[in-house]
Write a protein that binds this ligand. Structure first.
Ligand code: NAD
Length: 245
C-alpha cells in the first residue's frame, strides 16, 4: 500500500482525488491537507506520495516542502512559471524524492497535445481556444501553454504565418501570442476543461478538440502518477511520459 496525502483535499480536484485514492486497493489515504492546515500533517502521517491540487500561489511552496521531507509529489496545480518548475526540478534532483507535474491528467488531452504537435509542421497557422469553468484563476490554461510549446518544438525554426497589417481595435482581441500561436481563454460557469486546436492552410482547417466533461476523467492519470513516481528520477513533466506515447 502506498501512503498518500492530498493537498487541497477540500477542493474540486482534491476531493475527487481523495475518493479515487480511497477506492484503490493499492493506495492508502493517510492525510488530507486543507487551507489553514499545517504541512507537517504530511510528515506526521508518514506520507510517501503527496498529491497537490491547490492554487499556484502556494503550490510551489508545498512541492518544495514535500521534496525536502523525502515525500514524492504529484502536482496537478497549474500556473507555474518556467522558473518555478526549474526550482522544483533542482529540489527534486538534490533529494531522494521525485516530482511529477502534468498540466492535464486526462488521457484524451494528452493525445490532443501529441496530435497537435504532429500536425504543427504541416500547417501555416495555429490558434488554441481553451475553455474552463469561471473559478479557474490562471489564464491561459497550463494545457494550452504546454500544447503551444510542444507544437512550436515540433515546428523547429519554421515561423507561423502572420496576417499583414492586422490591428486590434480592442487590445487582446486576438488573444495571447505564444511563439506565433494565438491562445484564446474562455471562462463560463457551465464548462469543466475544454480545448480546441485549430490549424489552417489555404482552403483547409484541421480542428483537434478535447472535452473533459467530469473531473473523474483526470483520476486514472493521477493514480498512475502516484503509483509510478517512485520509479522516476527528479522532475518529470507530462503524463505522456508514463503512457509510453
Ligand atoms: P478549487 O478551488 O476547487 O480547489 C483548490 C483547493 O485548494 C481549495 O479547497 C482551497 O481552499 C485549497 N487551498 C488553497 N490554498 C491552500 C493551502 N495553502 N493549503 C491547503 N489547501 C489550500 O480548484 P480545483 O478546480 O480543484 O483546481 C485546483 C488546481 O488544479 C488549479 O490550479 C487547476 O487549474 C488545476 N487543475 C489541474 C488539472 C490537471 O489535470 N492537471 C485538472 C483540473 C484542475
Amino acid at each position: 500500500m502506498i501512503k498518500v496525502g492530498v493537498l487541497g483535499a477540500a477542493g474540486k480536484m482534491g476531493s475527487e482525488v481523495c475518493r479515487a485514492v480511497s477506492d484503490d486497493s493499492e493506495l492508502e489515504l493517510v492525510t488530507q491537507v486543507s487551507r489553514g492546515d499545517e504541512l507537517q500533517r504530511l510528515t506526521e502521517a508518514g506520507t510517501e506520495v503527496a498529491v497537490e491540487f491547490t492554487d499556484h500561489s502556494v503550490a510551489k511552496k508545498h512541492a518544495l516542502f514535500c521534496l525536502s521531507n523525502d515525500i514524492h509529489v504529484v502536482i496537478g496545480t497549474t500556473g507555474f512559471s518556467d522558473e518555478d518548475l526549474a526550482e522544483i526540478e533542482a529540489a527534486a534532483n538534490e533529494g531522494s524524492a521525485n516530482a511529477f507535474y502534468a498540466p492535464n491528467f486526462a488521457l484524451g488531452a494528452v493525445l490532443m497535445m501529441l496530435f497537435a504537435a504532429k500536425a504543427a509542421p504541416h500547417f501555416a497557422t495555429a490558434e488554441i481556444i481553451e475553455r474552463h469553468h469561471q473559478r479557474k484563476l490562471d489564464a491561459p490554461s497550463g494545457t494550452s501553454l504546454m500544447t503551444a510549446r510542444k507544437m512550436n518544438e515540433a515546428r523547429g525554426d519554421s515561423a507561423w504565418g502572420t496576417l499583414e497589417g492586422e490591428t486590434e481595435k480592442v487590445p487582446g482581441s486576438r488573444g495571447g501570442n505564444v511563439g506565433g500561436i494565438q491562445i484564446h481563454s474562455l471562462r463560463d460557469p457551465g464548462s469543466v476543461a475544454h480545448q480546441e486546436v485549430v490549424l489552417g492552410n489555404t482552403g483547409e482547417i484541421l480542428t483537434i478538440k478535447h472535452d473533459s466533461l467530469d473531473r473523474i476523467s483526470f483520476m486514472p492519470g493521477v493514480l498512475l502518477a502516484v503509483k509510478k513516481i517512485s520509479t522516476l528520477d527528479g522532475l518529470t513533466v507530462g503524463l505522456e511520459n508514463l503512457l509510453g506515447l
